[in-house]
Design a binder for this molecule. Sequence first.
Ligand code: AMP
Ligand code: GLY
Length: 438
Amino acid sequence: MNSSEMTSSEKRNVLVIGNGGREHALVWKLGQSAHVDRVFVAPGNAGTAAEAHNVPIQATDFPALIEFARENRVALTVVGPEAPLAAGIVDAFQAAGLRIFGPTKAAAELEASKVFCKNLLRSANVPTAEYHTFNNANEALRFLEARDDVPLVVKADGLAAGKGVIVCDNRQQAIDAVELIARQKAFGAAGDRLVIEERLHGQEASVMAITDGQTILTLPPAQDHKPAYDGDTGPNTGGMGAYCPAPLVSDQMLQWIEEHVLVPTVHAMRRAKRPFRGVLYAGLMITNQGPKVLEFNVRFGDPECQPVLMRLQSDLFQILDAAVHNRLDSVGPLRWDPRPAVCVVMASEGYPGKYTTGHPIRGLEEAQQLPDVKVFHSGTALQDGQVVSAGGRVLSVTALGENIANAKFNAYRAVKCIRWQGAWCRKDIADKAIKYAQ
Ligand code: AMP
Ligand code: GLY
């Protein structure tokens, strides 16, 4: 689409669904578009409240969201998290005649069912770990008894807030994982089916692409930091930081991933009569044999979205609007800030376990005034006009820099300005990239 097709007199209202750092970044970027009038976010957080209109409707309350979108002439809705996608928010909006960016419920199975995902990968010949699927604990246990004692990964089929994957060193751990997922049902119905797969080794990378089901716009690669503590130790989290681009994924490798992972997956989804429109996020292990898919997500990664959007110079509204009109081929090559971006997540004491909320956060303005810094809010709320912590992951402090080391320095300089009771973060975000670049 060229800009003459959309004049500034036709400014549109947009609605972002969700309340985390990813959604704050989406709100911030959409708000910069010359084509956007009002940005609404449901339910949003204290950060989005400062630059958009928070709407007190939960992401799963589809009838209320549809009514709001209609009443406020929302031209485009953008969905952040996976839960409403897996529950069919896109189908509900489309049935109401409203435009929404994201996959349908049938297409969101790519993330919501690991059995579906693995079978699709196999049918499309996309590189992934060898695997078997099981319908109950007994089947899985029989399989484990009959096999060599090798490192395996046991996965609950359904959505389990990132906790349904257990990486095992030996058979006994795999047996315990099967018991936990499929017998004790630690993750509920998500454990009704299981995937057991070969354990892969290497570094992980996230490659996201925006697609309308035909055209694929691949975004620069990013890297997440899932373990809670420095040196990739401790329990898994939603992600303690990210950077973009990830030097581990060269331009040549990115092209290979596009050809051998993204394109065949989008084609296979079309063949399966589940055309995929939205963000296709490939979680990859870069092994000695090349990149292999660990999982697909059907949305922007959080926190990967924050450093990626920090670098995006093109108009995000135009891109997403073109995608919902099946005209992504009319969007020219995306423009990126050549500088890398680093995002450091500041979390509540105790996260990813139990934590307390409601602690006043100080120093946000001071941090925000630093050059090339954007403090995205992940879990915050306003209490009597004061920004307080309201989640496990609280802030996504993101910065650009001339090189990755400089971006890291800028991000941590901003982190140092911010304090609340129990605040902590990893100190080594982006070190892998710095080492790689040396
Ligand atoms: P997933 O939700 O499937 O991406 O799994 C979550 C995390 O578990 C990944 O980010 C990896 O760190 C790890 N993981 C998943 N599958 C494998 C595998 N086959 N080999 C090694 N690690 C894995
Ligand atoms: N950062 C990982 C995810 O969004 O699933």
